[in-house]
Design a protein around this ligand. Sequence first.
Ligand SMILES: *Cc1c(COP(=O)(O)O)cnc(C)c1O
Length: 360
Amino acid sequence: MTRAFNFSAGPATLPEPVLLRAQEELLDYQGRGLSVMEMSHRSREFMAIAEGSEASLREILQVPDSYRVLFLQGGASLQFAAVPLNLRGDHQRADYINTGHWSKKAIAEAKRFVDVNVAASSEDDGFSSVPDPQRWQLDPAAAYVHIVSNETIGGVEYHFVPDTGGVPLVTDASSTILSRPMDVEAFGLIYAGAQKNLGPAGLCIVVVRDDLIARTKNDVPSMLDYAVQAENGSMYNTPATFAWYLTALVLDWVRDEGGLEEMAVRNRRKAQTLYTAIDESNFYASPVTPKDRSLTNVPFTLANDGLDALFLGEAESHQLLNLKGHRSVGGMRASLYNAVGQDAVDALVGFMRDFEARHG
Ligand SMILES: *Cc1c(COP(=O)(O)O)cnc(C)c1O
């Protein structure tokens, strides 16, 4: 068996030890004679997985006791609706910062439920930066301020936590969660689809402060109501048990590897390797303002886009997979999630240099 180097933006590569352990336990979980997929979510075994994963996430991310941790379905996209539905309370408006594709989707969905004030946008520079926080037109009466910590498609990342003057800060952290330490207390709510850095698709994690849960009114559908989900331990209905189990294994892996400090060191090194190769060449280019470049999703272009298909084809024959940029951006994109090793990035950079020497 050979495992390719997988630079997919999501669903993304998972740590090999996690897959091996899942394989080992697939038919017979801990001597019970059945798979995790086949057991009740209320069984002692599954409850232990659920409780253990919450404890692990709390420990790894240092989540204070005043926050609930929810393991929900519907992906990050369902949170685009759940956030305004739960947090609008008696407020009229919510502030959104527009940094690209996922911001726009969050804004479009929120508009169905609340007056959206786009307090800043980097649309004018083609979403190649985070708007200067000095110029955000925040509304002090807003229900919350929504940001996307890392634009997975555009490759633009916040390397600071904005000051919202006491208005709760909400972030879509789908592609940065667990990539480095995070000051949870600076946020009122953090949500993240699992299929980037946490596990397989089918699960979305929400970390929400207690006082914000208390805002929810009874016009919110039960499945979207944070209070209902919190009271029911994220088991108001049957949860995505197998995705949850795999996420529990990923959390164990992150902890065993040294936690978020260690992830941050590795991720900085991987990103630096790739950006250095891009910046040193006259053939590859990054479209993102250097200070706002994502450490996780690295879009880059070739000097001649007529060579894109050849680049992708040759990369694939070197076992370097899923480098095609999103259809809305073009070019290439390499996603460097926790489970992507330095060896993968070294192999990619080696291939890029060789390709440039032959075609540049
Ligand atoms: C992938 C992604 C989403 C969408 O996630 P789904 O789970 O497919 O709904 C939303 N926001 C960001 C930042 C993402 O990277």
